[in-house]
Design a protein around this ligand. Structure first.
Ligand code: 5GP
Length: 130
């Protein structure tokens, strides 16, 4: 059965897309720890990031860096934090979080952001993606 993130990347479940290519998909985390919290996934389903091939791992990180560059431009922040956990969804995903303070990356403190604001944030990041 396809993972929820595969369904999102295939457009079968809605998401706030910020970037994509033939191998990757980036979208806003539905319960962000900070505004602009993005998840970057490989389209190929693999639970554990360290089980990706060398090429898949490198491609994912290079794609995530491009998304981070867009995030830095779209969301005022000191830098973009990176985390990989995967304790909830068994499909590799890189968390990118705009940081202004250490507390912005507290994964025990999720936020709810109104749909209109989520759409605005996603559009702002997408507009900066190169
Ligand atoms: P992890 O697997 O890294 O521990 O956490 C999974 C992350 O995916 C969480 O931050 C959670 O909010 C996010 N998430 C789970 N389900 C969905 C979903 O259906 N859509 C989106 N956009 N994010 C999700």
């Amino acid at each position: 059965m396809a993972s929820i993130f595969s369904l999102i990347a295939a457009g079968e479940i809605p998401s706030y897309r910020v970037a994509s290519d033939d191998k990757h998909y980036a979208f806003l985390d539905i319960n962000p720890v900070a505004p602009g919290h993005v998840l970057v996934i490989p389209r190929r389903e693999e639970d554990y990031i360290f089980n990706l091939s060398d090429e898949e791992y490198t491609d994912l990180m290079l794609f995530a860096r491009r998304v981070a560059r867009a995030l830095e431009k779209a969301i005022p922040c000191k830098r973009v934090g990176v985390a990989v956990m995967g304790l909830e969804v068994p499909h590799t995903h890189v968390h990118l979080v705009p940081l202004n303070s250490e507390g912005d990356m507290d994964f025990s403190s999720k936020k709810q952001i109104a749909p209109e604001e989520m759409a605005r944030i996603a559009e702002a990041i997408a507009a900066e993606f190169e």
